[in-house]
Write a protein that binds this ligand. Structure first.
Ligand SMILES: NC(=O)c1ccc[n+]([C@@H]2O[C@H](COP(=O)([O-])OP(=O)(O)OC[C@H]3O[C@@H](n4cnc5c(N)ncnc54)[C@H](OP(=O)(O)O)[C@@H]3O)[C@@H](O)[C@H]2O)c1
Length: 269
């Protein structure tokens, strides 16, 4: 079940900033590699990508990485070209890069708005622009998985309008493109993580924990979830694996929400 033997997976943002814990992109790369995929990854910081590569190779997997800025067209094209030059095809594309900045329209500086749109949304357009023409020429087509957030479905308790807007746009970008490509053997779906415990979450705690109490900040996140705990990167990686594998061959244009029940709940009344 869910084997990806010999399939080539291009993944953005697979870097791992620390030796402990797992970011979502790094866990997706490891999970797909464990199922037999050949990983090719782009990440802003090369050292972080090399850490993920070393972890995958230590488990017997195959992974190559290169420095990439997903907001830069030439850099994304270079990543795609390098993957095709090395492996001859791209079977799976995972658009994982994303980041939230706080702010409402009145407080957010225009440059932050533009950065958020470029990082979270234009990046998905850019990889799709270069990869979809390759996938549709392949006899076996391809599978694209874009990483959104429940902040793109609901207001999650703090103002981050650019993040919410761009993550919502990813869902509709994916749906519309999925229909366009539905008869070309290329499937596109979105994974929608809820509150996930990653190294980035720890960085958020350092930034936002009231009174610097990081444990209280983590407990507050756990308590918001009907399952009473945040998810982890593997929960998102498992959902991504399903959408990448042939077992989901009749699924396209959909969102798979991984949130422990948050978006099914109205919270406390
Ligand atoms: N964590 C959560 O609770 C949560 C919840 C919902 C959705 N998500 C989404 O899940 C995805 C991954 O989140 P995460 O928490 O795992 O984040 P993360 O640990 O910060 O990972 C993001 C990766 O993207 C890379 N990156 C940033 N800017 C880039 C650029 N311009 N070009 C190329 N690579 C770039 C980072 O590289 P560096 O090593 O250079 O920093 C990092 O390796 C994001 O789309 C996020 O919005 C996360």
């Amino acid at each position: 079940m869910l084997r990806l033997d010999g399939k080539v997976a291009l993944i953005t943002g697979l870097g791992q900033t620390a030796d402990d814990g797992w970011g979502i992109g790094a866990a997706i790369a490891m999970k797909l590699a464990q199922q037999g995929a050949i990983i090719f990854g782009g990440n802003r910081t090369l050292a972080a990508a090399e850490r993920t590569k070393a972890r995958i190779e230590a488990k017997g997997g195959v992974c190559n990485v290169q420095q990439t800025d997903v907001t830069d067209s030439a850099s994304v094209k270079a990543l795609v070209d390098a993957c095709v030059a090395r492996h001859g095809c791209i079977d799976i594309l995972v658009n994982n890069v994303g980041k939230s900045e706080p702010g409402c329209p009145a407080t957010m500086k225009e440059e932050i708005w533009d950065q958020q749109v470029d990082l979270n949304l234009k990046s998905v357009y850019l990889t799709s622009h270069f990869v979809l023409p390759i996938m549709e020429k392949q006899e076996t087509g391809g599978a694209v998985i874009n990483v959104s957030s429940i902040a793109g479905l609901r207001y999650i308790g703090k103002p981050q309008v650019a993040y919410s807007a761009t993550k919502a746009a990813i869902v509709q970008f994916t749906k519309a493109t999925a229909v366009i490509y539905a008869d070309r053997r290329v499937r596109l779906n979105t994974v929608v993580p809820g509150l996930i415990y990653t190294p980035y979450t720890r960085a958020l705690a350092k930034r936002y924990a009231p009174g610097g109490d990081e444990d209280a900040y983590m407990k507050m996140r756990d308590d918001q979830v009907p399952m009473k705990k945040m998810g982890d990167a593997w929960d998102v990686a498992n959902a991504t694996l399903f959408l990448a594998a042939d077992e989901s061959q009749y699924i396209t244009g959909q969102e798979l929400v991984i949130d422990g029940g948050i978006t099914s709940s109205t919270g406390r009344v």
